[in-house]
Structure formats: C-alpha cells, structure tokens
Design a protein around this ligand. Structure first.
Ligand SMILES: [Zn+2]
Ligand SMILES: [Zn+2]
Length: 304
C-alpha cells in the first residue's frame, strides 16, 4: 500500500483506515490542530501565548505548531516556560532539550524552579508523601499560572494529547470528582478571576502515538521518555494501560470518550458549576477556593 499521493507509507491510522506518507501525515496533524484551535476559539487577536514546556514530545509539538501560527502574525507573541521541580538528572535532561528546542525555533524561554520560588525542591516538599503527582501538579500549575501572568501572557498552552484527556475524564469518573470533570475541555477560562490565565490544549484531539510520530517526522528535539521518576500514581497508570488496550482493539474509542465528555460538560456546567465567591489566598494572594490556597497550605505543613 502507498499513500494517496503515491508516497511511501509513514503512518497507519487505524481509526480512519488510512495510510499516510510523512508529508501527508504531518500536514494532516497540523490541519487537525488548526481546526481544533479555530472551532474552540483557542487563540485570538493580540494574544501573547505562553507555552508550558517540559522537553517531552507533547509540549514540544505544542510549541512547534503554535509558533508556526504565531510567527506569521504581527499581532501575536509567543514564549515558553519550563518548571524545574528539582527532581535530579531527569529534569536536567528534559530542560536541556526544552532549551535546545527554543533556540532552534527562536522562541524565548524562561525557567523557574521550585527551589527558588518555594524555597524547597519537590523531594523536600514531599518528604516521603506517597501521591507525588498530585502535589507536584498543584505546585506546577500554580507556578505556571503566576509566571505566565507576570510575563503578561493572555493564554497558557499545554501539550495534553488525546490519551491524556481521555485518562483525565475516566479518572474523574473513578473518583467521582464532578468539579474537576467540569473543568476539562479544550479551553478553560474564568473571566471573573482576573489572576487566572486562560488555559488551552491544542493537541487534545491528537492520539499520543501520533504526537510522537509527528515529532519524529519533523526531527524536533525532545526527551523520549514520558515517565517521571516520581510518578507512582497507580490509578492513572491502570487507566492508561486500559485505554491503550481499548484503543488497540477498538480503534476510535479514545475519540468517543472525549467527544462524549464534550457533550456532557456544557449542560452540566450550567447546572452544577459552583459560582462561589472568588477568593484570593490570604498569604500569597493568588486565586484560591479557600482562605489559604493549596500551595501555601502544603508549604506551611512542610515547615512543621
Ligand atoms: Zn502522501
Ligand atoms: Zn497561597
């Protein structure tokens, strides 16, 4: 079999029953992402986009494609932020890949560390707690939002792919977390919270293996392994494995899960979204659902 253009097959897309050459594959990925951006209004005029990059394939692809769009526009700007949690060699390697990519694309990069911002590295904050990912995620999102805002970003872009999104949906089903579930989607914003930078996920419709194949096709510098040495969150891993098997046997399942969530979220938001008073943390004055935000609460605890 050959690609419809006659070229040598580079990627077999099971859920579509298509076989694509490298050029057609890259073009189709970019078309899908641009469509996702357009349909969901992910970027708009005069945007200054901050891309959260880790050096891994997802954020690499995300930065690359957004930069392709932004560099053709005079009214838009783009920059990248990397967070150094202080988790040793792993992060050193991924950050050096992130720097390499930004240099190649001529995109400014800013690096912020837990040590400098919180006074402690992730291992020091965790101090033998088990659910590292939960804490790390809270701290990282807090810092990304704060730094994106301080650098005058109007959007904060993440490289979450289709698998990540389907995983998060099922995670919220397993834990029965409606509030978190309602915060999923291609774009998360809350205009009432001025300190909250709207988050966008342009790669949300692209399966993980296609993001990987896209980076490989374009030779984009990235760190190949996804697994963080602290990642022990077992439920997510189980769901991840299950979704791989499901998609393998029944191609298109991941899309169905995400599409179904997209159908559920808007009406449920109207019905259940808590319109509580917007609060700001008494200690750090960042947006928070309680008097003291989760980050300050966690940092206080580790001081004991
Ligand atoms: Zn082709
Ligand atoms: Zn706080």
């Amino acid at each position: 079999m050959v690609c419809k253009c006659g070229g040598k097959v580079y990627f077999r897309r099971k859920y579509e029953g298509t076989e694509l050459c490298k050029k057609c594959f890259v073009r189709s990925i970019e078309k899908k992402i641009k469509k996702e951006i357009r349909i969901n209004n992910l970027i708009s005029k005069n945007d200054r986009i901050c891309v959260a990059i880790s050096g891994g394939k997802d954020s690499t692809a995300c930065l690359y494609i957004l930069n392709e769009i932004v560099k053709k526009r005079k009214d838009m700007e783009i920059f990248a932020i990397s967070i150094d949690e202080g988790i040793g060699e792993y992060r050193k390697k991924t950050i050096s890949k992130a720097k390499e990519l930004c240099e190649l694309l001529n995109v400014p990069i800013k690096i912020y560390s837990f040590k400098e911002e919180f006074g402690k590295t992730l291992p020091e904050i965790l101090n033998h707690r088990i659910n590292a990912c939960t804490y790390c995620g809270v701290l990282r999102r807090y810092l990304l939002n704060k730094k994106a805002r301080e650098n005058k970003a109007t959007k904060l872009a993440f490289g979450f792919n289709l698998n990540d999104e389907a995983e998060s949906i099922l995670m919220n089903f397993v834990f029965g977390n409606l509030e978190k579930f309602l915060r999923l989607g291609a774009k998360v914003e809350n205009k009432e919270i001025k300190k909250f930078v709207p988050r966008i996920k342009p790669l949300r419709e692209i399966p993980e293996e296609e993001v990987f194949a896209y980076c490989k096709a374009l030779n984009l510098p990235h760190y190949p392994k996804k697994e963080c040495p602290y990642g022990k969150e077992s439920v997510r891993k189980t769901i991840r494995k299950f979704l791989y098997e499901l998609e393998d046997r029944y191609p298109g399942s991941l899309f169905q899960i995400v599409k179904f969530a997209d159908l559920l979220i808007p009406p449920l938001r109207k019905e259940f979204y808590k319109k509580g008073k917007i609060k700001y943390c008494k200690i750090c004055s960042e947006p928070s659902s309680k008097e003291i935000c989760k980050v300050c609460e966690l940092l206080e605890k580790t001081n004991l």
